[in-house]
Write a protein that binds this ligand. Sequence first.
Ligand SMILES: Nc1ncnc2c1ncn2[C@@H]1O[C@H](COP(=O)(O)OP(=O)(O)O)[C@@H](O)[C@H]1O
Ligand SMILES: [Mg+2]
Length: 233
Amino acid sequence: MTTQKMVIQAQGVTKELKLGKHTIHALRGIDLAILDGEIVSIVGPSGSGKSTLLGLIGGLDTPTRGTIVIDGVDITRMNEDQLTEIRNEKIGFIFQFFNLIPTLTALENVALPIQFARKRNFNPNKRAKELLDLLGLGDRMNHRPAELSGGQQQRVAIARALANNPPLLLADEPTGNLDTESGVRVVEALQTIRAESGTTVVIVTHNQDLTTYTDRVLTLIDGMIQDGAMHTL
Ligand SMILES: Nc1ncnc2c1ncn2[C@@H]1O[C@H](COP(=O)(O)OP(=O)(O)O)[C@@H](O)[C@H]1O
Ligand SMILES: [Mg+2]
């Protein structure tokens, strides 16, 4: 029997947001298990709670009820400082807008989080070069973001998110701004990363085509998981 490590465990997770007199039930009881090295996509209509769920998994916010365990650590009741540390150590984020620093080259953008890491495990420039090579950007390292296509910029953002080698990469609509072909290249880049480093990846996407490139599809509707929550061995 193989025992695979769980990187994400969520149990009974709810998130309520107060808006004046109203309470919005953004998540209504999420049970979820994601194994080490899985690439999972989350789909669902706009407003179904995808970004809220990703934010809770990534320690950007805390749930109203329920528990969340990330890489063996219960983050449910952590304070802001503790969450910041978990994010720095364990989680890489990428978003729809690439948020690269326009005045820095691709190489400098990727090297930056290594220079700022409290525990520096890599040589910044060497690591940045390796990651950009791996993502097919070996000949673009000295270009600034404005000199790169959207798909190339997103791959630089992936390299930056992975700079300190987090076990978990979270991506919120990473291909939302890209044409289909560039989007597929981004998901292929995530597969390359998984093969190379065993990184677990969770991608929120509107694009059904991309889900065929992931191991498992989780469907969220009205704050609840309709399908795909548990790993079936
Ligand atoms: N900061 C917020 N304040 C109030 N309501 C919010 C906030 N963030 C999200 N919501 C609401 O929570 C629900 C889930 O939103 P979200 O997670 O962004 O959905 P998705 O990413 O699937 O489009 C929606 O009804 C949304 O309007
Ligand atoms: Mg969203």
